[in-house]
Design a protein around this ligand. Structure first.
Ligand code: LRH
Ligand code: MN
Length: 396
């Protein structure tokens, strides 16, 4: 029985979940400064409150990613507080992000630092994050390492590989059976000569060496200009090493712009690889979809609502690709038929069906419009304006 497009979209959106970054609601900037928004969140309570607004308005983001140094500055002692916020705001803590890139001690690296005492310090912080994840029943610990160097000859890159292997193995050994370690790679920034985990291959080998609960995290902004990201996704799917995504968009480098704002076809091509893998293998890829953006100019909550709505649209488009027709055209190398089948799904206007899906799930058909009518922005602006004029203590 041919499944109608509407049914395919409904089935896809019923299971689609995308996690929001707590730091996406805070006043973050670029190295050239920060433009303060009076309504921006600064406390973990405000970040939970804003994230739950987006979930109520879109129905697709029941978890919030936490950055330990910014959201649980007292570590395990802040867990009880976060649990209360989960109850109060009806969303759960998601991935736990260690921070071994901000403290002065990490000038020459954290896990990759030649100084064993600094490596030990970084390891103990990451192990604290594993414990925090355990207490909050969070599955994923996703460390990103800024580690690297700025000038040729100034660091032994092979030694640093061994340091990462040793530490990630130790972290893996402390995971509980349901937990996962997601290794994020990034080609450059803040290091501008070498970055220790610079691409998917390095993250893949380190995750494999760490153990069976370690996987690769693909941040879409962490690729060289002309890199084929969906081909990397295909490789990680083939080797069952894909753990999750940090979605954003970019024109140049790690611009952290809103998803689909520059190249929506890119995100569609990534989602397609995951849908086609499931169609072909019959197994659902165990992938965590997360947003990792910083909104310097756009209203932070509006930008997040835009992001989730765009993600729903691109996910729905990928869900309606006629996989059987595509596979037979690919097999016969009928290039035009294959491409037209692929493009046809992308060019489908799925928004009317998504509005019906939202209506049938008790969320507003126009989340952005509903947010503007809700008065929430005016309320938090009045509550936070005073406080936000002062430069914030923490980065996010
Ligand atoms: C690094 C990164 C990482 C986060 C940070 C906020 O560029 O993508 O995932 O920890 O942004
Ligand atoms: Mn990221």
């Amino acid at each position: 029985m041919i499944e109608k497009l509407e049914e395919k979209i409904y089935r896809a959106l019923d299971t689609f979940k995308i996690e929001l970054p707590s730091w996406g609601f805070a006043n973050t900037g670029t190295r050239f400064g920060k433009f303060i928004q009076p309504a921006a969140a600064a406390t973990v309570e405000e970040k939970f409150s804003d994230a739950s607004q987006v979930h109520v308005l879109t129905g697709s983001c029941p978890t919030i990613a936490l950055h330990v140094q910014w959201d649980l500055p007292n570590g395990l002692r802040d867990v009880e507080r976060v649990r209360t916020l989960e109850q109060k705001h009806g969303i759960r803590s998601g991935s736990i992000n260690p921070n071994v890139f901000q403290d002065q001690e990490y000038k020459y690296g954290s896990v990759g630092n030649p100084d064993p005492a600094i490596r030990k310090r970084a390891l103990s912080h990451i192990l604290d994050c594993v414990a925090i994840a355990g207490s909050l029943k969070c599955r994923d610990i996703s460390p990103w390492f800024a580690d690297g160097s700025n000038y040729p000859g100034t660091q032994n890159m092979r030694d640093r590989i061994a340091y990462f292997e040793e530490t990630l193995k130790e972290v893996h050994g402390r995971l509980s059976p349901n937990q996962r370690l997601l290794v994020e790679y990034k080609p450059f920034e803040p290091a501008f000569y070498h970055t220790d985990i610079a691409d998917w291959g390095m993250a893949f080998l380190l995750a494999r060496a760490a153990g069976s609960q370690a996987f690769v995290l693909v941040d879409t902004g962490h690729h060289y200009q002309s890199q084929n990201i969906e081909q990397i996704v295909a490789w990680l799917l083939h080797h069952r090493m894909i753990g999750g995504f940090h979605f954003n968009d970019r024109r140049y480098a790690d611009d952290d712009l809103t998803l689909g704002s520059i190249d929506p076809y890119q995100t569609f091509r990534i989602f397609h690889e995951i849908f086609h893998y499931s169609w072909q293998t019959g197994s659902i890829a165990d992938v965590a979809y997360m947003v990792d953006q910083s909104h310097n100019l756009k209203g932070k909550i509006e930008a997040m609502i835009q992001t989730v709505c765009t993600a729903q649209e691109l996910y729905a488009k990928a869900a309606i690709v006629d996989h059987a027709l595509l596979a037979s055209a690919q097999q016969k190398c009928n290039l035009i038929e294959a491409e037209e089948c692929f493009r046809d799904a992308f060019w489908q206007d799925v928004r009317p069906v998504i509005r019906e899906w939202r209506h049938s799930h008790g969320v507003p058909e126009d989340p952005l419009g509903a947010f503007r009518e809700s008065g929430y922005l005016e309320k938090i602006t009045a509550e936070r304006r005073e406080r936000n004029t002062e430069p914030a203590a923490s980065y996010a």
